[in-house]
Design a protein. Structure first.
Ligand SMILES: [Zn+2]
Length: 263
């Protein structure tokens, strides 16, 4: 599943390419016909991202909610673009560019009351400006679950996925098995500021590069695959060489260094 930096990147690119334009919107697959009919011929003002959710803002206060889930994908192109496929859920055509959505778990209209409900279920998103660390602090203080599980819970912090949870906890030297409510003030601060920094870097570059210059073998921009990470899918910790441990936590494989993240 795409992590939050990808979602914010989609929002920025879709706003740049299609924002301010009157769009021809259709649902070739038919599954999003209601949304397509409601916004067809209307101006897309901009696209908002929150956690792993996208909100396409159209004139007349209409919003289309998209969540990619595991298999959702966008395809952006210059007009006239490719023929639609059977799986094309939504097609947005602007003046010069278009965009197709396939395979998303959510692609429907959302009204303000439903949006309030959605936002109430989500924890703070480190990429949304003016979001405060206090909401994360409160959410973690209420939970007895391991912090490694809490960071994947979208109601604790919105937008993190499996790579970031491993790399953020590594960067902060926190054992993922620690009870969420046992974290110190400084440790929560570290999780928050590291999340912000890593997600922001990912949003800009489109890649998750979490290994630091000091720990990498060569230039960061040349790294590929797991070479970009300190512990995620690594055999040895890139900082100290200790074998990386792994186990399933919150249904995903967790990686950590027992030396750099002591219990
Ligand atoms: Zn280590």
């Amino acid at each position: 599943m795409p992590e939050g930096h990808t979602i914010h990147r989609h929002a920025r690119m879709h706003t740049a390419e299609l924002g301010g334009q009157r769009l021809a919107v259709s649902s070739p697959q038919g599954w999003a016909s209601e949304a397509a009919e409601a916004v067809d011929g209307k101006v897309l003002t901009h696209v908002d991202a929150y956690g792993k959710h996208l909100l396409y803002r159209f004139e007349d206060d209409l919003s289309v909610h998209v969540h990619l889930g595991l298999f959702g994908k966008f395809r952006r192109y210059k007009l006239p673009g490719p023929p639609t496929r059977e799986t094309t859920r939504l097609r947005f055509l602007g003046e010069e560019r278009g965009m197709d959505l396939a395979g998303a778990v959510i692609s429907q209209l959302i009204d303000p009351a439903e949006e309030d409900e959605l936002m109430a279920r989500l924890g703070p998103d480190p990429l949304v400006p003016r979001t405060r660390v206090n909401r994360l602090r409160t959410a973690l203080a209420r939970r007895k679950i391991p912090v490694g599980a809490a960071l994947l819970d979208q109601s604790v912090i919105a937008g993190l996925g499996n790579i970031y949870r491993a790399e953020i906890l590594f960067a902060c030297g926190i054992d993922p098995h620690r009870e969420s409510r046992s974290l110190t003030h400084d440790e929560v601060d570290c999780i928050w500021t590291t999340s912000k920094r890593m997600l922001r870097d990912g949003e800009k570059s489109g890649k998750i590069i979490t290994v630091t210059r000091a720990d990498a073998a060569g230039p960061l921009s040349k790294l590929t695959g797991t070479d970009r990470h300190q512990v995620y899918k690594r055999e040895h910790c890139q900082r100290c060489g200790t074998p990386v441990q792994s186990e399933t936590m919150a249904a995903r494989t967790l990686f950590w260094c027992p030396n750099c993240q002591p219990g």
